[in-house]
Design a protein around this ligand. Structure first.
Ligand SMILES: [Zn+2]
Length: 54
C-alpha cells in the first residue's frame, strides 16, 4: 500500500489523491485520502473503498 490511491475522483475525475490521515480502528487501518484538486474525501479500510465524504 502506497500513499496514493489508484482510483479517479468521482467528483472531478482527477487521479491525484494524497493521504490525509490514518487511524487504527477495530476493522484494521482506516485511511483517509483527499483529492488534491477538489478536496473530495475517500475513506479506505484495509483495501475496501468506502466513498463516505466524512
Ligand atoms: Zn476531485
Amino acid at each position: 500500500m502506497g500513499s496514493r490511491l489508484a482510483t479517479d475522483c468521482p467528483d472531478c475525475g482527477s487521479l491525484e489523491f494524497y493521504r490525509a490521515a490514518d487511524t487504527e480502528v477495530h476493522l484494521g487501518t482506516k485511511v483517509k485520502y483527499r483529492c488534491s484538486d477538489c478536496d473530495y474525501g475517500i475513506v479506505r479500510i484495509d483495501g475496501t473503498v468506502d466513498t463516505s465524504t466524512a
